[in-house]
Design a protein around this ligand. Structure first.
Ligand code: SF4
Ligand code: SF4
Length: 349
């Protein structure tokens, strides 16, 4: 572990911003919410934040992006992958969002080999920040994602006048090369451990009443509990906001766009969400999940069971964004999972 004075860290970031080698983005206070946005000066960073409205996923899998371009010469199509700009330095990522990115890596790099994602991910430098505050809807400590020892190039812990810096990768180490850093003392190492083990878990007001390892079984047992899903989803507006703000949701739709009057066009993708009414619509006027209760059930099953079955991860990292942003107040996974756990216990008696 290394230690860097805060002014030295800010100078390093400012130098990176000025060098134009890579875009630097970081957590900032926009007056209403905390957001990841382009960083013009390291002084604008707000690392004491609780949660950002969108996660840094938006830089690796943007809300809308062109993935392929084509030229049509008399029916002969020539396809070209869209060249990706240089990656970004992303500063201030909370541990739960790093865990979410690790889940996306498993899906988009290890399994699907999705080039637009891979290029952006591998060209990005992820600088994490241990939590100093938490949203009142978050329950990351219950999900085991409030701290992490992987997924970052560098991880900062605020020690007052300095940052303790855990180095996760060679790229992270090289980023620090030009800065004045020193080895952490045994006392500083202990203080970081104390913050992670005592201060961070204390930030959370919400918790699961059971171990998340039980989630797949609890969900499976409640699959046919339509009374629960119908009651819980009654007020849902099918707006899809809970999907859009989620750092682990990765569904997208693809549009083929022909530039009018030309022989060229592009294929672009945009975020999609399983709570939207037409998400499961197919040709022939069929919709596999026509009822809102079915869409609700699908979302929670996917987070806690289907993804686990396929990739070994619980796809809810407990950030609480869906709960905060749902106007109908029916998107809260912590509440849903605790209630389903109670249902299982009630039936067992
Ligand atoms: S649960 Fe809430 S955020 Fe999600 S679709 Fe329904 S109303 Fe929208
Ligand atoms: S389901 Fe909600 S709490 Fe869980 S990761 Fe997604 S946005 Fe965060």
């Amino acid at each position: 572990m290394k230690v860097i004075d805060k002014p030295e860290f800010e100078a390093l970031l400012d130098e990176t911003i000025a060098s134009d080698r890579r875009d630097v983005v970081g957590v900032q206070d926009d007056g209403e919410k905390y957001v990841f946005d382009d960083l013009r000066s390291a002084a604008d960073l707000a690392l004491e934040y609780d949660v950002t409205m969108l996660s840094p996923k938006k830089y690796l899998m943007p809300q809308r992006e062109t993935i392929l371009e084509y030229r049509d010469t008399d029916g002969e199509f020539e396809w070209r992958a869209k060249a990706e700009p240089d990656g970004k330095v992303i500063v201030g990522i909370h541990p739960y969002d790093l865990v979410a990115i690790e889940q996306l890596d498993k899906i988009f790099i290890d399994t699907l080999r999705d080039e637009p994602y891979r290029q952006k991910r591998e060209n990005s430098l992820l600088i994490g920040a241990n939590m100093q505050d938490a949203s009142e809807t978050a329950f990351a400590a219950s999900m085991g994602t409030a701290t992490t020892d992987s997924g970052y190039d560098l991880m900062l812990t605020d020690l007052g006048e300095t940052y303790a810096v855990n180095i996760g990768t060679l790229e992270g180490k090289e980023f620090l090369n030009s800065a004045d850093v020193r080895k952490a003392t045994a006392q500083e190492v202990q203080e970081v451990e104390r913050i992670e083990q005592e201060d961070v878990p204390d930030l959370f007001e919400r918790e699961l009443d059971f171990s998340p390892a039980l989630l797949p079984t609890i969900l499976e047992e409640n699959y046919d509990n339509m009374e629960f899903w119908e009651d819980y989803s009654e007020k849902c507006l099918s707006c899809g906001t809970c999907n859009m703000v989620c750092p682990t949701c990765y569904c997208f739709s693809v549009d083929m766009i022909r530039d009018l009057g030309t022989n060229s066009g592009r294929e672009s993708r945009r975020w999609d969400g399983c709570l939207l009414e037409d998400f499961a619509s197919v040709a022939g006027d069929e919709n596999f999940r026509e009822e809102v209760a079915e869409r609700h059930r699908h979302r929670f099953m996917r987070k806690g069971w289907y993804i686990y079955e396929r990739y070994g991860d619980i796809a809810c990292i407990g950030c609480g964004r869906c709960t905060s942003e749902c106007v109908a107040d029916v998107a809260d996974p912590c509440d849903v999972y605790n209630k389903l756990h109670q249902e299982v216990q009630a039936h067992a008696q």
